[in-house]
Design a protein around this ligand. Structure first.
Ligand code: G3H
Ligand code: 13P
Ligand code: ZN
Length: 311
């Protein structure tokens, strides 16, 4: 099956009460770990690429690796730009073979967000590519995403119908209390997501796919392994799995996961070096990182997203 857009995937996920995992990819081992798990479990996949990933690996390398994964597995795979922040990067990804893009205009005013998103939708739809927009601001710090807690803001349900109808986006990312990165809630803090806001948005946008960013659970086992093997990560709490399951069963059709992949990869590599300090062949120490990613993605697919057997 050739690379697909998110259209059909989201329609089936919405109707079936499950979500598709959108996993960030940066290199060969990450792509292989994710796709091997999805292949064994017959799960549809979104592989997403950030501006930082394109800078690190180059667009063409990631594109060809994803094409190889599609040929190797035969899975429906959507290749998606994560957090495109201007028209140019969206155009470059569309022209370069991506089947879906996110235009993240959430840092702009409502009107400017609509203007920018509409321009991307027009260009993308002419080429048969789907578009994710965003309303509301998530907290968190990543290479190309940096929003402080004070600047974070929940999505305002009263804005969603106008945003979707004026822009023509195919899906909408919303802010209901998730955040980017490995430090979402401090120890002692109780994780809370605003399901009341999600419900209100879902009522206003019937049959419309919602996207949840910042949805890593900050897997405690991996943080423990990292810290037992020379790492120094502060304790942090991520998004509890039962909350993600609740979201996946509702209108949320896409759940974004990056930080948990990073933790799994790092835990595998750190553990390997402590056991084998003499190793210097990258294949030896990258293999356990890739194996952790495969196990993690299998867990997310079967225990969180519910998309196993849906390919
Ligand atoms: O939400 C952002 C993703 O985790 C990508 O992070 O910009 O560091 O590649 P990145
Ligand atoms: P996490 O940092 O929680 O993995 O979120 C990833 C994400 O939202 C990518 O867009
Ligand atoms: Zn994100």
């Amino acid at each position: 099956m050739p690379l697909v857009t998110s259209k059909e995937m989201f329609k089936r996920a919405y109707e079936g009460g499950y979500a598709i995992g959108a996993f960030n990819v940066n290199n060969l081992e990450i792509i292989q770990g994710i796709t091997e798990a999805a292949c064994e479990l017959k799960a549809p996949l979104i592989l997403q690429v950030s501006a930082g990933a394109r800078k690190y690996a180059k667009h063409i390398y990631l594109m060809k690796l994803i094409e190889a994964a599609e040929i190797d597995t035969g899975l429906p795979i959507c290749v998606h730009l994560d957090h495109g922040d201007d028209f140019e990067i969206c155009k470059s990804c569309i022209d370069g073979g991506f089947t879906s893009v996110m235009i993240d205009g959430s840092k702009h005013s409502f009107e400017d967000n609509i203007k920018l998103t509409s321009e991307v939708v027009k260009y993308a739809h002419d080429k048969g590519v789907t578009v994710e927009g965003e309303l509301g601001k998530l907290a968190g710090i990543e290479d190309d995403v940096n929003v402080s807690d004070e600047d974070a803001a929940f999505t305002r349900p009263e804005e969603v119908e106008e945003f979707v109808s004026r822009t023509g986006v195919d899906s909408l990312a919303i802010a209901i209390g998730t955040s980017h990165g490995a430090y979402k809630f401090k120890p002692g803090q109780k994780p809370k997501l605003r399901f009341d806001i999600l419900d209100e948005i879902s009522k206003r946008l019937p049959n419309f796919p919602i996207v949840l960013h910042g949805a890593s659970s900050v897997v405690p086992e991996y943080v423990k392994i990292i810290n037992e093997n020379g790492g120094d990560m502060p304790d942090a709490i991520g998004i509890p799995e039962e909350m993600l399951r609740q979201a996946a069963a509702s209108s949320v059709c896409k759940i974004n996961i990056d930080s948990d992949l990073r933790l799994g990869m790092t835990a595998g590599i750190r553990e390997h070096f402590v056991k084998h300090p003499d190793h210097f062949d990258p294949r030896q120490y990258l293999s356990p990182g890739r194996a952790n990613i495969k196990a993690l993605v299998a867990h997310k697919i079967t225990k969180v997203l519910g998309c196993d057997g849906k390919a």
